[in-house]
Design a protein around this ligand. Structure first.
Ligand code: HEC
Ligand code: HEC
Ligand code: HEC
Length: 402
């Protein structure tokens, strides 16, 4: 990495009226920009471009096009700062490159995008030169779905919309948008987000409408950037995805005729009981952080998905919660779920809740295991009645904006 001159960049003296969210370049030093860009790069870019920027992140293996090697000084020298800015903001097609390079302009602020440009420059030993006079620190507004939108959606569904636009949706997903960069369908495509081969079984149309309109409204920190889809595009993609059901192999679990959500809740939170779900999962701020938050699992996942997660946890791993195993240079072995990713280190939290902080320079081997950290034996440990009770409790946990 390069050394920076810790100088301030004076680009303009004549900035008179600044709104609160605008930061003038006078106020921000190059060093500050680079420091802001680093963590953003780890969070939004490193899975494809690699933590060092060499183009070899774990997700690169699944892509038809190699993510650019941002450490290549010759390659980077041919690109102006403004071009790098445009690529990050609008995606590959903006500069006639692949749609596998996603756009971040609907998710990040101008200041954040310029910070990324500044940071990316350092990866090849360079330095940013053109910073605009004013940098807007406000992220794009999070699109709320209005009552009118929901009414329109329901009317569309009622009129058979789900069966009408699948062809256009497939074209968008497979060829026009960046979805295959992060999601696989029938073994083709990226591994950052969940596999979508069975999306129709896993997610309700309502949830897809909520999620695709604006992932950040649901999970502010998700690595899926807002794709800036129009209402028409969202609906077409839902048509396509809800038709994706894969092949069902097993006999479905039979939910008990009568179930008791209160007992389900008790089983969930009782840390001395048979299920101990709250050891790893939290609901509305209560519980553990080893597994994903389940505060709105009742709207984000269909019943069949929840049952499968419980009875066969390794079948579909929740994105971001794969078990990682690490062997260090001094021969120590760690496994757990990766949290707190930084440029120089990350944490692994194991099934007992113990956290190990691991410096990247210590890592000899790093591997994602395709096994869940969640216990595999609920199928035999819990009765069908208990499973049904837990399920009925989880189904009460909802979230939609309107
Ligand atoms: C899902 C994978 C993926 C993610 C995430 C991703 N990129 Fe890329 N990126 C690519 C691919 C693939 C290319 C190569 C495109 C091509 O050559 O057609 C690329 C190309 C680039 C280029 C070179 C464009 C040019 O001028 O040729 C830059 C710069 C870049 N990415 C920066 C970033 C930054 C910064 C982030 C994070 C904000 C990021 N990328 C996130 C996949 C990704
Ligand atoms: C840069 C990577 C990236 C791109 C591009 C991307 N996704 Fe995602 N997607 C993710 C990640 C990561 C998740 C998991 C979200 C989480 O839990 O934070 C996700 C989640 C999802 C989900 C499941 C939502 C849920 O509740 O778990 C669906 C459906 C989805 N994406 C569809 C799409 C479609 C359709 C496109 C293209 C229009 C797309 N994604 C583009 C990374 C991406
Ligand atoms: C030792 C920790 C642990 C325990 C105990 C545990 N889980 Fe999990 N759970 C996880 C992890 C880790 C994941 C994410 C990996 C995966 O998809 O299996 C997960 C995933 C899930 C998912 C999928 C979430 C999603 O949105 O994709 C559901 C639902 C779930 N667990 C429910 C439960 C319930 C109900 C119980 C109690 C009966 C339980 N879990 C007990 C660790 C645990």
């Amino acid at each position: 990495m390069t050394k920076f001159n810790f100088r301030f960049i004076f680009l303009t003296l004549a900035v008179f009226s600044l709104s609160v969210s605008q930061i003038s370049a006078e106020e921000i030093s190059l060093d500050t920009l680079v420091k802001k860009g680093g963590p953003l790069f780890v969070h939004y870019c490193s899975h494809c471009h690699g933590i060092d920027g060499d183009g070899e992140g774990f997700n690169a293996d699944y892509l038809d096009r190699q993510p650019a090697n941002l450490t290549d000084a010759e390659f980077m020298a041919k690109r102006k700062d403004s071009r790098i800015y445009r690529v990050i903001k609008k995606g590959g097609p903006e500069v006639r490159k692949s749609n596998l390079m996603p756009s971040f302009g609907n998710t990040l602020s101008d200041l954040e995008i310029w910070s990324l440009v500044a940071f990316v420059r350092t990866l090849s030993g360079g330095e940013i030169k053109e910073i605009p006079k004013e940098l807007d620190d406000k992220r794009p507004e999070i699109k709320k779905i209005s009552k009118k939108d929901w009414d329109g959606f329901n009317a569309w569904k009622k009129a058979g919309g789900l069966d009408s636009d699948a062809g256009y949706g497939e074209l968008l997903v497979n060829n026009k948008k960046s979805c295959p960069a992060c999601h696989s369908i029938e073994d083709e495509g990226g591994a950052l987000g969940p596999d979508l081969t069975r999306a129709g079984l896993l997610y309700s149309p309502e949830w897809l409408y909520q999620w695709l309109n604006n992932p950040q409204a649901v999970k502010p920190n998700t690595k899926m950037p807002d794709q800036g889809l129009s209402d028409k595009e969202v609906k077409a993609i839902i048509s396509f995805l809800t038709g994706m059901v894969g092949e069902d192999e097993e006999e479905p679990f039979r939910v008990a005729k009568k179930s008791d959500p209160k007992n389900g809740k008790k089983l969930f939170f009782d840390l001395e009981g048979k299920a101990k779900c709250a050891k790893c999962h939290s609901i509305n701020q209560e519980g553990g952080i080893i597994g994903p938050d389940l505060s709105f699992v009742g709207s984000s996942r269909n019943e069949s998905f929840i049952i499968e997660s419980l009875l066969d946890p390794s079948k579909v791993l929740t994105s971001g919660y794969s078990t990682v195993s690490v062997i260090t240079k001094d021969g120590k072995f760690y496994s757990g779920i990766q949290k707190n990713e930084k440029l120089e280190s990350f944490d692994l939290i194991d099934e007992t809740g113990k956290t190990n902080s691991i410096n990247r320079s210590r890592v000899n081997k790093f591997k994602f295991a395709d096994k869940s950290l969640m216990p595999e034996n609920f199928k035999t440990e819990l009765s069908e009645q208990e499973i049904s009770d837990i399920l009925s409790y989880l189904k009460t946990l909802k979230f939609y904006t309107n």
